[in-house]
Design a protein around this ligand. Structure first.
Ligand SMILES: Cc1ncc(COP(=O)(O)O)c(C=O)c1O
Length: 512
């Protein structure tokens, strides 16, 4: 079963691939959905695929994603050099393993883990934050179950308390691993988890409270310090030991560099694990994330597999077995090359650019900004006219004509009436590009506002009357009996109608 499909109906109807350049070599079109009978020359195969990929969006203009779209050529070269190494073959590629371990230790230090020895950090590289969150969640679940079993208490109803703004990977974890997700609802003007409400929702079955450092929807940092303090009080009263996980997918490589005084990490005693995406502000192309545990005691030993059939004993805790090494090498390159100084400069520059964009959008008079100054470098905004529900989606579509990918999405419970547009400011979004983007947003908004603001729509109502006809019903199988019909219509005076679009509630799947 193929479960992802974004092709247009015309594309689906054609089951052959054709290519202008490749037609010099290939006379017959190649089948699209089954393997061709014969081989084709390699340059033709390249050309066909290269041509087809031209129709993808331009990654640099993809402002929907936090994920890195530009790296230095030296790093691209290193990635190509390690593309044929399977990361899991640790005994065969010990240096790659060593680079991963250095990265884990560097990140643990960055997050202020209390390390007993300089290189004893506990953590692993993953494919992204989603896998990292699955592993962290499993560790919490196992630890909680072990404790409940030892107390002779039921251990079949674990839950996690989060804000309704969590990314979809938390819902996935909950569904895949049978954990209830208890979401604190958002409210007008407050779009992150309220720590007070979260702590009220904690019960004896709560395996952890998940806080987000950098909400996917608005970039805002949740108040992990307040959560830690309130939860510590509750733990003291109840005797529970409910821990905290911080989903720092984006913020983990933002806060340490520009808000070092902000306490959100292992400086807070209840924070037991943290995930971060290397491929977001860790500045590596898609395919790397990290999960770090506070200490060995926070990762139950029974989750770790020891394999030895590829050589020496190797402990592993991942969902997948084989994976590429390039992203690990690239992450190490960035840490080595940039150092604290380089990351500070890049993140500070992104933050400055986000401020410029925010000011320019405010100046247009069309938008309200809902992202906060202190947070992920992004600008999330809504249209001032809240009645025109179609406008944000039409604006997103209009920007696509200029190549920009700016998502529009509805917010989760209880602010689902809001539709937000979001621009993620990455390293490669230069000031010149920002100026052009604002120009296109302003023009498109004015044009659309004129077109979409309550056009007069003529309305005609039809009624269809269906009567039994006198005609005899045919005896033969397959004979159609057509009833007599009358169609009556009535035209109303054109009137002003605001057209509403159906918008999906729940998690916003299109943003990551
Ligand atoms: C807060 C948060 N958590 C988790 C994820 C999932 O991260 P990944 O794409 O690295 O799996 C995202 C993605 O944007 C996110 O914003």
């Amino acid at each position: 079963m193929v479960i992802s499909n974004v092709q247009t109906p015309e594309e689906i109807s054609s089951s052959f691939i054709s290519s202008v350049f490749a037609s010099r070599y290939v006379q017959d079109p190649l089948p699209r959905y089954r393997m061709g009978e014969n081989s084709i020359p390699r340059e033709v195969a390249y050309q066909i695929i290269h041509d087809e990929l031209q129709l993808d969006g331009n990654p640099r203009l993809n402002l929907a994603s936090f994920v890195t779209t530009w790296m230095e050529p030296e790093c691209d070269k290193l990635m190509i050099e390690s593309i044929n190494k399977n990361y899991v073959d640790m005994d065969e590629y010990p240096i790659t393993t060593e680079l991963q371990n250095r990265c884990v230790n560097m990140i643990a230090n960055l997050f202020n883990a209390p390390l007993r020895e300089p290189k004893q950090a506990i953590g692993v590289g993953t494919v992204g934050s989603s896998e990292a969150i699955m592993l962290a969640g499993l560790a919490f679940k196992k630890k909680w179950q072990n404790k409940r079993k030892s107390q002779g208490k039921p251990f079949d109803k674990p839950n996690i308390v989060t804000g309704a703004n969590v990314q979809v990977c938390w819902e996935k974890f909950a569904r895949y691993f049978d954990v209830e997700l208890k979401e604190v609802k958002l409210r007008e003007g407050y779009y992150v988890m309220d720590p007070k409400k979260a702590v009220e929702m904690v019960d004896e079955n709560t395996i952890c409270v998940a806080a987000i450092l950098g909400s996917t929807l608005t970039g805002e940092f949740e108040d992990v310090k307040l959560l830690n303090d309130l939860l510590a009080e509750k733990n003291k009263k109840t005797g529970w030991e409910t821990p905290i996980h911080v989903d720092a997918a984006s913020g983990g490589f933002v806060a340490p560099f520009i808000y070092p005084e902000l306490e959100w990490d292992f400086r807070l005693p209840l924070v037991k694990s943290i995930n971060v995406s290397g491929h977001k502000y860790g500045l590596v192309y898609a395919g790397v994330g990290w999960v770090i545990w506070r200490s060995k005691e926070d990762l139950p030993e029974e989750l770790i597999f020891h394999i030895n059939y590829l050589g020496a004993d190797q402990p592993t805790f991942t969902l997948n077995f084989s994976k590429g090494s390039s992203q690990i090498v690239a992450q190490y390159y960035q840490f080595l090359r940039m150092g604290m100084e380089g990351y500070k400069k890049v993140i500070a520059n992104c933050t400055e650019n986000a401020k410029l964009l925010q000011k320019a959008l405010e100046k247009t008079g069309h938008f309200d900004i809902i992202s906060k100054q202190k947070g992920i470098p992004l600008v999330a905004f809504t249209l001032k006219d809240p009645h025109n529900k179609r406008l944000p989606f039409e604006l997103s579509k209009a920007l696509r004509h200029h190549g920009w990918i700016v998502p529009a999405y509805t917010m989760p419970a209880n602010v689902e009436h809001m539709t937000v547009l979001r621009v993620v400011v990455r390293e490669d979004l230069s000031r010149q590009l920002i100026e052009k983007l604002v120009f296109h947003i302003t023009n498109a908004t004015s044009e659309l506002a004129d077109q979409l603001v309550r056009p007069a729509v003529p309305r005609i109502a039809f009624t269809v009357e269906v009567k039994e006809s006198d005609e005899e019903r045919g005896e033969e199988k397959g004979t159609l009996h057509i009833p007599a019909m009358g169609i009556h219509w009535k035209q109303y005076k054109p009137e002003i109608v605001v057209k509403e679009v159906q918008v999906m509630g729940g998690k916003t799947k299109g943003v990551c």
